[in-house]
Ligand binder design. Structure first.
Ligand code: GDP
Ligand code: MG
Length: 431
């Protein structure tokens, strides 16, 4: 599976300290494959990978951030930039014109939107301007009846503009008016002409393009045609409950320079969701929650800065160690995080990884029973002090010894780092 190969490429970056062109190239190639498989437009994929490659090589990774996090962060940022953030939906008076080919889900989405605005306490009306498809009026009327939303239309009328004009006049008192239009099977000139006229006469506030998530490379062309005609200002992707990844939506958004407004996630009237870029990107790439990963890394590096130089000169207190453990613990299972960090030749005993949060809690209690002098320099802790600390903390003397032993291991590791480049190293990378 291609989604897996992207994951593998990402894994290969783990532990790397230096950004090399070959590694970035490989990741970008796998990213391209994943995006193409998700039906993202070829040209768009090329543009994206170009900027990801360039930024990955040119930008310095944030302090304490490994190559893997650095590149993933850029991938994420570029995709978010492309998709825009969630497009705002105004909860006030507005006219919305629905655009899209037949079968894309316009009529269903019209009813879903009516429901959405109705739930927000607005007075909503729907106009059926689809005079082409047999039974179009009945379809939308049935849906509207279910939610008690008025539906204007006339199954015998063939003039969509006339219906729209009359409908708008009838709905003057309503706050939100949604105009459902015909789709036809292809982008015929007549269809384009009609929607231009409907847009002009309705003075619509929004022109939302409805596209099927399964729409692949044709999405660009469709979006472009509709955009040139009426100026699309939002995209709705339907049928995201299916297996399609929705890559066509990316093309549509890029062509129209708009954003995704809603996601259709089922056949019922309630199956409409506001767009969530994170979920969408994860699905597109076939990866877990990318943002969570990026944020985890960012949070950890933004943790309290330690005086690395002082530590390298030999001042490494128990408090320093605890802070580091806290920062690492916030990132998740220690061993997994260690795999992401550049460790060089450092020897870390296997049981050093085994810092569970309950162990952290115990360390904290023990440290609370120590004097400031002991915390600064645990070497002053004699056997009798160990017993005193243990009693104070309600733990066994062995627990205290374990903490001190752990500290010594880390201190030794730190000494080993000295002379390997001094202040350039950061404890987070070491531990
Ligand atoms: P229109 O021709 O653009 O008006 O499209 P319709 O609203 O008539 O929808 C075409 C088909 O797609 C219908 O069978 C809908 O039930 C179905 N459909 C629309 N939106 C969704 C969705 O979000 N999920 C699923 N599973 N089906 C949808
Ligand atoms: Mg329809």
């Amino acid at each position: 599976k291609l989604g897996t190969s992207l994951k593998d490429a990402v894994k290969k970056l783990a532990g790397k300290t230096v950004i090399d062109r070959a590694a970035v190239d490989e990741l970008v190639r796998d990213l391209q494959r994943a995006l193409l498989q998700s039906d993202v437009n070829v040209k768009l994929v090329m543009q994206l990978s170009q900027s990801i490659k360039q930024r990955s090589l040119e930008e310095e990774p944030a302090k304490g951030m490994g190559v893997r996090e650095h590149v993933l962060r850029i991938v994420y940022q570029e995709l978010v930039r492309l998709m825009g953030s969630t497009t705002e939906v105004t909860l006030g008076p507005q006219k919305i014109l629905m655009a899209g080919l037949q079968g894309s889900g316009k009529t269903t989405t019209t009813a879903k939107l009516a429901r959405y605005f109705q739930r927000k306490g607005l007075r909503v009306g729907v106009i059926c301007a689809d005079t082409f498809r047999p039974g179009a009026y009945d379809q939308v009327k049935t849906l509207c009846d279910r939610i008690n939303v008025p539906c204007f239309g006339n199954p015998k009328e063939t003039d969509a503009e006339k219906i729209t004009r009359e409908g708008l006049a009838a709905y003057k008192q309503l706050e939100v008016v949604i105009i459902d239009t015909q789709g036809r099977h292809a982008l015929e000139d007549h269809l384009i002409e009609e929607i231009i006229n409907l847009n002009t006469l309705s003075k619509a506030d929004h022109r939302w393009l409805v596209i099927d998530a399964a729409l692949g490379q044709q999405a660009s062309e469709q979006a472009r045609r509709f955009h040139e005609a009426i100026g699309i200002d939002g995209v709705i992707v339907t049928k995201m409950d299916g297996t399609a990844k929705g890559g066509g939506a990316l093309s549509a958004v890029s062509e129209t320079k708009s954003g995704i407004v809603f996601i259709g996630s089922g056949e019922t009237i309630e199956d409409l969701e506001r767009f969530d870029p994170d979920g969408f990107i994860s699905r597109l790439l076939g990866m877990g929650d990318l943002r969570a990963l990026v944020e985890r890394a960012e949070e950890a590096v933004s943790g309290e800065d330690l005086d690395v130089n002082a530590m390298l000169k030999g001042k490494f207190t128990l408090r320093d160690m605890y802070k580091q453990l806290e920062a690492l613990n916030r990132m998740g299972p220690l061993k997994q995080i260690m795999g992401m960090l550049p460790l060089g030749n450092m020897q870390i005993p296997d049981d050093a990884y085994d810092i569970t949060s309950s162990k952290m809690d115990r360390y904290k209690v023990i440290m609370d029973s120590m004097t400031p002098a002991e915390l600064d320099d645990p070497s002053v802790i004699s056997s009798s002090r160990i017993h005193r600390i243990a009693r104070g903390a309600g733990v066994s003397p062995d627990d205290v010894r374990e903490l001190i032993k752990y500290y010594k291991t880390m201190q030794r590791a730190l000494k080993g780092m000295r002379g390997m480049g001094g202040g350039k190293f950061n404890m987070q990378r070491m531990m």
